[in-house]
Design a protein around this ligand. Structure first.
Ligand code: BYC
Length: 309
């Protein structure tokens, strides 16, 4: 049996492809692209929320937010490790991100203007991420699927903390409720864009579904998210900034209006509100942290030498 036959059999049987297995070049490239983009999103995603750590309204909220932001760094690390199993180095991936050759999620190019935005990110952004990542637990590449299991558990906590922030605001003053509504107005559409372009315009979906890298299409995932989120919004007492949002009795789904895909593509191509600032901050952190990496490597080498002496 050739490597290719074995690969096709593994995919057909819903088994996992492992790093040592033969795989088509395109499969490897698609995985590196998607896993790297996913890892970069986790790390860049620390910036909008990190922005509010010093201004969290209570000590408890500050502690929770710090833990959440730290979790996102951890998710980045699991994902970079998964990408490394495909034969690409972490340094190379950093370089590709810093030079704009690899992407990160469009959502992190929007600013966090109020404390309610931290609630909206947890509820909507982590909520959208979970819907996508639950499906990715079944992805065909073993290291990616296993990373998703741990990440999903942590993301569930993240989504709840966001909802808890909004629930507190919903029970607060009129000004607090207005702040929550304003956050939902600004984050709703960008959250829907996180799932990527419509299926008909998605470059990679067809092949990725065939290889079982993706298990559910962009539009189907977006619909799942809308169906789960609208009733949660009703419970909070917020409205969604979409006059066409309506429940369809026939299909049992919430139907949304048109997404502004021009805005999505502008953000993806680098023209969002904060694309330049996000990358500049990331590069600054990478360069500023060089001495930490060097010191950690020197220490590890020293400990290793002592162990082998
Ligand atoms: N933003 O053919 P398509 C988190 C690009 S972080 C930017 O449908 P695919 C969190 C796409 O790359 C969680 N670009 O692509 C962290 C492609 O361009 P290229 C992040 C996008 O890959 C901190 C082109 O558009 N989650 O939870 O089949 C704090 C055509 O698209 C986007 C992940 O990364 C976008 N939104 O499907 C809080 C999930 N969408 O590469 C929370 C993993 C599309 O050909 N990724 N593009 O130049 C995926 O599941 C898939 O990559 C996507 C897109 C569904 C996103």
């Amino acid at each position: 049996m050739t490597g290719e036959d074995r690969f096709l059999e593994t995919i057909e049987a819903d088994d996992k492809v492992e790093p040592r297995d033969w795989m088509p070049d395109g499969y490897r490239k698609t995985l590196i692209r998607q896993i790297a983009q996913h890892a970069h999103s986790e790390v860049i995603g620390m910036q909008p929320e990190g922005n509010w750590i010093t201004r969290a309204p209570t000590l408890m909220r500050k502690i929770i937010l710090m833990a959440k932001v730290q979790d996102e760094a951890g998710h980045g690390l699991y994902l970079y490790s998964a990408a490394e199993t495909l034969g690409v180095s972490r340094d190379e991936l950093q370089h590709l991100l810093h030079t704009g050759k690899q992407k990160y999620s469009s959502i992190f190019n929007y600013p966090t203007l109020s404390w309610a935005d931290i609630g909206a990110i947890g509820w909507l952004v982590d909520g959208a991420a979970i819907v996508n990542q639950i499906a990715l637990q079944q992805t065909s590449y073993g290291p990616y699927a296993r990373a998703m299991v741990k990440i999903c558990k942590e993301e569930s906590f993240h989504a709840r903390q966001g909802y808890s922030i909004l629930l507190a605001l919903s029970r607060g003053s009129e000004a607090q409720r207005a702040m929550m509504q304003d956050a939902v107005d600004r984050w709703w559409w960008p959250s829907l864009m996180m799932f990527g372009p419509p299926d008909a315009e998605s470059t990679h979906t067809e092949q990725s579904m065939e290889w079982k890298i993706k298990r559910v299409t962009n539009d189907e995932l977006r619909q799942r998210f809308v169906d789960q989120t609208v009733p949660q919004g009703q419970h909070l007492g917020v409205t969604f900034p979409d006059p066409d949002l309506a429940y369809d009795e026939g299909t049992g789904h919430w139907m949304i209006g048109d997404i502004d895909w021009d805005e999505f593509w502008a953000v993806v191509k680098g023209d969002g509100r904060l694309n330049r600032e996000r990358i500049a901050a990331k590069v600054r952190a990478w360069e500023g942290g060089a001495w930490v990496r060097e010191a950690a490597t020197a220490y590890a080498e020293k400990v290793n030498l002592r162990r082998t002496a």
